[in-house]
Design a protein around this ligand. Structure first.
Ligand code: G3H
Ligand code: 13P
Ligand code: ZN
Length: 308
């Protein structure tokens, strides 16, 4: 069924594992993720960004996710990723989403609280849960000094006040992850001390990690071997994600790894089969690459296999 993340997060928190939240943009991406969830009997969060809605048209994604629910029988959350206004959150609540994110992280503290509270009040009145964000995502190298880091990363005291005053259901925090394929120039590092503090001050409260792709080097190498140019791409090591999942992080967001898995597979296929031009011939392997990557995440990184 289509569900909210409430029970999922409760179980994940207790069990010390995380649910994968995967960005979806088309049918093959959804099918790859859902096949993995089925094989692993894992709960799923399928998330749709504003960009995804623009690319595919909202109704297509909604119907594809409904098809995924019917086809798989798995508990699936339909979540808005990075909603940037009350209006888009409301549109998604009215559209049947079971979870929305209001990302007010670019606003000053009080404005972020006011905007988040407004979304929470509306969403809760319709039985929909809300994720918010406090702190700005940026790599540790971009925030070199302690004061720069304190300015960008989530402040534990503010996190507690934010959750109390907004009534939000989960909170995305900044501890050194960032979006995209270039997360670290040097050694990957996350501020686990900060995570520890935040999660100890918010017991039983689900935290969310954005920018959590691990950018598997095998995909980067295949892309680059077959005509791609993504040198120096680097992500969050998987053991750090596993550690975060044991420290109160219940939702781990993954988009870049889906893109890399699919693109690596398609680049290779087309290079090796220059005479083929039926999209099913290369989208099929692209979908299969997503499935295998997601199975690996569920089993070996997030720990959510068998938890549906
Ligand atoms: O956080 C960003 C996600 O990867 C979604 O990306 O806005 O290009 O759809 P997008
Ligand atoms: P990645 O770019 O690391 O996959 O992060 C995705 C994300 O946070 C979506 O909200
Ligand atoms: Zn994000």
């Amino acid at each position: 069924p289509l569900v909210t993340s409430k029970e999922m997060f409760k179980k994940a928190y207790k069990g010390g594992y995380a649910i994968g939240a995967f960005n979806v943009n088309n049918m093959e991406i959804i099918q790859g993720i859902v096949e993995a969830g089925k094989e692993e009997n894992a709960p799923l969060i399928l998330q749709v960004s504003a960009g995804a809605r623009k690319y595919a048209q909202p109704v297509y994604l909604k119907k594809l996710v409904e098809a995924a629910v019917e086809y798989s029988g798995l508990p699936i959350v339909l979540h808005l990723d990075h909603g940037d206004s009350f209006e888009i959150c409301k549109a998604c609540v009215d559209d049947g989403f079971t979870s929305v994110m209001i990302d007010g992280s670019k606003y000053p503290f009080e404005e972020n609280i006011a905007l988040t509270k407004k979304v929470v009040d509306y969403a809760h009145s319709k039985g929909v849960v809300v994720e918010a964000e406090l702190g700005r995502l940026s790599g540790i190298e971009d925030a070199v000094s302690v004061s720069e880091r304190d300015a960008a990363f989530t402040d534990p005291d503010e996190a507690v006040e934010f959750v109390e005053r907004t009534g939000v259901d989960s909170l995305a925090i900044a501890i050194g992850t960032s979006h995209g394929a270039y997360k670290f120039k040097g050694e990957p590092r996350l501020d686990f001390e900060r995570l520890e503090k935040i999660s100890s001050m918010l017991p039983n409260f689900p935290l969310v990690l954005h920018g959590a792709s691990s950018v598997p080097q095998e995909f980067v190498e295949i892309c680059n071997k077959y005509g791609g140019q993504i040198p120096g791409a680097k992500g969050v090591p998987e053991d750090m994600l596993r550690k975060a999942a044991e420290m109160g992080v219940c939702k781990i967001n993954i988009d870049t790894d889906l893109r890399l898995a699919m693109t690596a597979s398609i680049r290779k296929y087309l290079a090796e089969n220059p005479s083929h031009f039926d999209p099913r011939q290369y989208l099929g392997p692209g979908r299969e690459a997503i499935k295998q990557m997601v199975i690996h995440k569920m089993r070996d990184v997030l720990g959510c296999s068998g938890k549906a």
